[in-house]
Design a protein around this ligand. Structure first.
Ligand SMILES: Cc1cc2nc3c(=O)[nH]c(=O)nc-3n(C[C@H](O)[C@H](O)[C@H](O)COP(=O)(O)OP(=O)(O)OC[C@H]3O[C@@H](n4cnc5c(N)ncnc54)[C@H](O)[C@@H]3O)c2cc1C
Length: 473
């Protein structure tokens, strides 16, 4: 006879989104069960943000050392010990994991159950040998690498974000399928760690980002020797005992690239297997679980958040979703999602970061916009660090309301933070133009780009006439 259990909130999935809901709900007095079938912490901690940024950091350090001679620092021998790089990634994950651990959540009063959750009714889940009844259920089950339908792929050993960070030997020649954020970041990191890398993309590099900014990253990837092939239509994949080949068409010619390893990074698919959503009347499609603006599914007792729904797939968005759901589920407030000021960072070097509207979206919505630019070649800190590639770009209305901001360049992910509040609050560009920023910092570029809004007017003939007139007295 199965055990029965009753809780206020059941959270399925202990990744970025689920952990935030569970911690918040429990600390605010609800009884909470948290189900996790695999590793606590989900993708971000175990197979995503943390291992990837750790590997990228290793790549950045070696690249800095390679270019240190321009500062007068000679490094004779640089050698990559891939086994140690992998060990370091594991240590970083270990160092962060107590935050997401079952022990920590049990201590907060959450009942953590290390099992798969499967619906057997509207608000009832089967969890191992327990039948769990919950007043509200939050699905935070995440996503996984989408396996593209490429002829031959079924017979080819491939890596995904779940397996690549466990490799203790460097791939000799890594073929990466997909030049989105994950594919581009990892392609550059492996190249810097002395691997040959081919990056294949059916569309164009980082096609979610502003092409003007992407150009800077493209130039850098090519300069570092990433074999980037855009507009490649992959035809098939094959394997021999020692190699993997991918055939593709570009233009009207067929080509073949032969490598040692293949990484799939061409999109994400929702983790729906085993949930039995039909028995709870929850609608979904291949993109994910369908939700309304309050993150409610077609079953009003069930919410879905994070990567499993259609929307931006980031840890900070999953966390944001958690806050929206907590307001709805605990306080019955009609909280809705608003993506107007969601920042996004691609951790290539240089980084690309943006928040708010891109130039393309702003042009669709407004007939008259202003585009402001400030290149890092005019920022003294960037010059002294030898990192002058890139720019800050800001889009405003004619009257100076900030619609969007983006940057490509050193620490773009940090620089973009100054624009989140102004965009969220629909502030005017004068707010930033009138600030005093410390010198010499990269952040000065944010003020300089803002002052560009006023330059055409400030240095106009009309102003010159007024100044000359006033100086007569
Ligand atoms: C390589 C890579 C790099 C990334 N880098 C960044 C980055 O730098 N910054 C950023 O913001 N985002 C990054 N992301 C995205 C980020 O990892 C995700 O947006 C985030 O993890 C989504 O959180 P989530 O809670 O929706 O899902 P997840 O973190 O995937 O958690 C879902 C959990 O649910 C569990 N689960 C699934 N089904 C069930 C079930 N039926 N029962 C019980 N448990 C279940 C899974 O085992 C998993 O642990 C990266 C992703 C990848 C792949």
């Amino acid at each position: 006879v199965p055990k029965e259990m009753w809780v206020d909130i059941c959270v399925v999935g202990a990744g970025a989104g689920g952990l935030s809901v569970a911690a918040g709900a429990s600390q605010m007095g609800a009884t909470v069960a948290l189900l996790e079938r695999e590793k606590m912490g989900g993708d971000c901690l175990n197979y995503g943000c943390i291992p990837s940024k750790s590997l990228i950091y290793a790549g950045r350090v070696i690249e800095n050392l390679r270019s240190a001679s321009r500062l007068g620092i000679e490094t004779d021998v640089l050698r990559v010990d891939f086994n140690k790089i992998q060990q370091n990634i594991a240590e970083v994950i270990n160092a962060i994991s107590p935050n997401d651990s079952a022990e920590r959540f049990e201590a907060l009063g959450v009942k953590v159950i290390r099992e798969t959750g499967t619906f057997v009714g509207d608000n009832i889940l089967r969890v191992g040998d327990t039948v769990l009844h919950a007043k509200r259920i939050v699905l935070a089950v995440g996503s996984a690498t989408k396996i593209p339908s490429i002829p031959g792929l079924e017979n080819v050993p491939y890596l995904t974000n779940k397996t690549i960070f466990d490799q203790t030997a460097a791939p000799e020649h890594l073929i990466v399928l997909g030049a989105g954020a994950t594919g581009s970041e990892l392609a550059q990191a492996y190249r810097r760690l002395d691997c040959e890398v081919t990056l294949l993309e059916m569309c164009t590099l980082l096609n979610q980002d502003d092409p003007e900014l992407v150009d800077v990253v493209r130039t850098q990837l090519l300069r570092e020797g990433v074999n980037l092939i855009e507009r490649a239509d992959v035809l098939r994949a094959d394997a021999t005992p020692n190699s993997i080949s991918v055939s593709f068409k570009k233009g009207d010619r067929e080509h073949k690239v032969v490598g040692s390893d293949l990484l799939l990074a061409a999109g994400r698919a929702p983790n729906l297997q085993g949930l039995n959503l039909e028995s709870a009347g929850i609608d979904y499609d291949e993109i994910g679980i369908k939700v309304d603006s309050r993150l409610r599914t077609s079953n009003k007792k069930v919410f879905a958040i994070g990567d499993v729904i259609n929307g931006p797939k980031f840890t900070h968005v999953a966390n944001y979703h958690a806050g929206v759901v907590l307001r709805s589920a605990l306080f019955k407030l009609p909280a809705k999602v608003n993506y107007a000021a969601v920042p996004r960072v691609t951790y290539t070097d240089p980084e690309i970061a943006c928040v708010g509207m891109t130039e393309a979206t702003a042009r669709k919505k407004y007939t008259d916009i202003r585009i402001l630019r400030h290149p890092f070649s005019q920022n003294d800190r960037a010059v002294l660090q030898g990192m002058t590639d890139g720019l800050v770009k800001v889009i405003t209305t004619k009257k100076g309301i900030i619609l969007g901001a983006a940057a490509v360049g050193p620490d773009a992910g940090e620089l973009i933070q100054s624009w989140i509040l102004p965009i969220k609050k629909r502030m005017k560009i004068s707010t930033l133009a009138n600030l005093i920023m410390p010198y010499p910092t990269l952040g000065e570029a944010n003020r300089r780009v803002a002052t560009n809004f006023y330059l055409p007017r400030l240095f106009s003939d009309k102003v010159k006439w007024v100044v000359r007139f006033l100086l007569k007295f």
